[in-house]
Design a protein around this ligand. Structure first.
Ligand code: ADP
Length: 485
């Protein structure tokens, strides 16, 4: 037994450090935010806390008529004050939204963790700061579009229909809303049905910022509400982030309509560790790559490609590191891995992990107690995975890592590219030249060098192949919301 392996049981453990929720005000029910007003109409459904299974609020679902109201409000705002407003004035509203988000950051972080299950450490230190940063960044572009695209006479596309997923609820709303506003569009956006609450808080912020009515409209509901936005003849552009399956449905229904479309879909990112990599940093990068946000990350590094000569050492260190991860209450500041977002997602993860075992890969999970209630899953790593295994090909969207090996850079590149997806990759090596050479050969929209899951509003994000098309973030992220000549 080495000193590192000394076991103290729970005698040497963190005391609970729960973030307080007594400053949170949630209404019993939420509807929609249309034309600057809250509207509580439509079939109700519940949004729950996935860590406790308790109901947080009743949410109303928007039907086609409600979506029609929202689209008409957006059109009127486009043809009204918003459309004729000087860009420098438009920027002020976006700055104001960013400032109000910062002021209410703590409240937003707590609600994000309660509704979605992510650890408060992440919602507080990653999600919400990035939300504010995104609004600040695009506020800066609003009156500089002609410098971004010189001579191209950039104009707004019109009414943008936006549909977002549940893994980064407020951040995905920011990624959609901020560039659309900067470019002068108006918006109808739908949050995911399991995580509507921070979007409703954003509606309050938008109201407080004094944004003209109808510029941002938020409708709640599930797939049928999303489809009503997609199919409404009054939306000029659709921006969707979610599953590849739904992305394909949307692309089919838009075929021939002339509407603009951007899709940010699934991924099966390769995180490649060369034998000259700084191993301690790489282990942290692997952990961050797959266990950040319970692995509910489209760009997660869910396929670990390790050079064969260091495989055993990497796996040994990784297992040791995994055994230090704390799974549990998302509101506890010590928690590393929070709750799985829904029972449905937990079932999907469980099913794919069973498939991994049935297909012959070796599963490791550290010992850890899971809370009695709520949806939780232990951090999991599979070794002995082959490229044919489902766990090497399908997106699990959970805290599950598949380890494969390679011997040469060429083999690493071939394996990284052996995926129907092409969203992200990570490369760990001491040699800059190797890093750039390999990055150039991998077909993925975002490639991190000696780091993973780093986000910045100025950096474009998006995919190839079945991960979708179009870019969000940076100057590239303006283009989907502009007509240019
Ligand atoms: P996930 O795997 O993230 O749940 P989905 O693609 O099912 O991915 O959900 C992403 C978003 O798409 C959610 O807001 C969901 O309500 C919405 N959605 C689901 N089905 C459709 C559809 N047919 N048309 C438009 N939006 C949809």
């Amino acid at each position: 037994m080495t000193a590192r392996d000394l076991l103290f049981g729970d005698l040497w453990d963190y005391a609970p450090a729960p973030e307080s929720t007594n400053h949170i005000e949630l209404k019993a029910q939420y509807g929609h935010f249309i034309n600057g007003q809250f509207v509580e109409e439509g079939q109700p459904f519940e949004t729950i806390n996935p860590a406790t299974e308790e109901t947080l609020a009743q949410i109303h679902s928007a039907d086609e008529a409600m979506v029609d109201r929202a689209v008409k409000a957006a059109r009127a705002a486009l043809e009204g004050p918003w459309g004729s407003m000087p860009a420098s004035e438009r920027a002020k509203y976006i700055f104001r939204i960013a400032r109000l988000i910062q002021e209410r950051a703590r409240e937003l972080a707590v609600i994000e963790s309660m509704d979605g299950g992510k650890p408060i450490r992440e919602s507080r230190d990653v999600d919400i700061p990035l939300v504010a940063a995104h609004f600040f960044y695009y506020a800066g572009w609003a009156d500089k579009l002609e410098f971004a695209f010189p001579g191209a006479r950039p104009r707004p596309v019109g009414v943008a229909g936006q549909i977002i997923p549940w893994n980064f609820p407020l951040l995905m709303a920011a990624w959609k809303i901020a560039p659309a506003l900067a470019c002068g569009n108006t918006i109808v956006i739908k949050p995911a049905e399991t995580t509507p609450l921070t979007a409703m808080k954003l509606a309050e912020i938008i109201q407080d910022a004094g944004l003209p009515p109808g510029v941002v409209n938020i409708v709640n509901g599930a797939g049928a509400t999303g489809a009503a936005i997609v199919d409404h003849p009054g939306t000029d552009k659709i921006a969707f982030t979610g599953s590849t399956e739904v992305g394909k449905i949307i692309q089919r229904s838009l075929a021939g309509t002339g509407k603009r479309l951007t899709l940010e879909l699934g991924g099966k990112g390769a995180n490649i560790i060369f034998d000259d990599a700084p191993l301690d940093q790489a282990i942290e990068g692997i952990v961050n790559g797959i266990f950040f946000n319970q692995g509910h990350v489209c760009c997660a590094g869910s396929r670990l490609l390790v050079q064969e000569s260091i495989h055993d050492e990497v796996v040994r260190r990784l297992k040791h590191r995994m055994s230090t991860l704390r799974v549990g209450d998302p509101l506890d500041k010590n928690t590393d891995i929070g709750a799985i977002n829904s029972r449905e997602q937990l079932n999907k993860i469980t099913e794919l992990v069973q498939a991994g075992e049935t297909e012959g890969a070796t599963c490791f999970q550290p010992e850890c107690n899971l809370p009695g209630k709520g949806f939780f899953f232990r951090p999991t790593v599979f070794t002995g995975v082959t490229q044919a295994h489902r766990i090497a090909q399908e997106e699990i969207f959970g805290p599950v890592l598949s380890v494969l090996t390679f011997r040469t850079p060429a083999e690493a590149i071939a394996k990284a590219n052996n995926s129907e997806y092409g969203l992200s990759a990570g490369i760990w090596t001491d040699k800059g030249s190797k890093l750039f050479k390999v990055a150039g050969a991998i077909r993925a929209g975002v490639i991190w060098g000696n780091t993973y899951n780093k986000f910045d509003p100025s950096s474009p994000f998006g995919g190839y192949k079945e991960s979708g098309f179009g870019r969000e973030g940076g100057l590239h992220g303006l283009l989907p919301y502009l007509e240019v000549e």
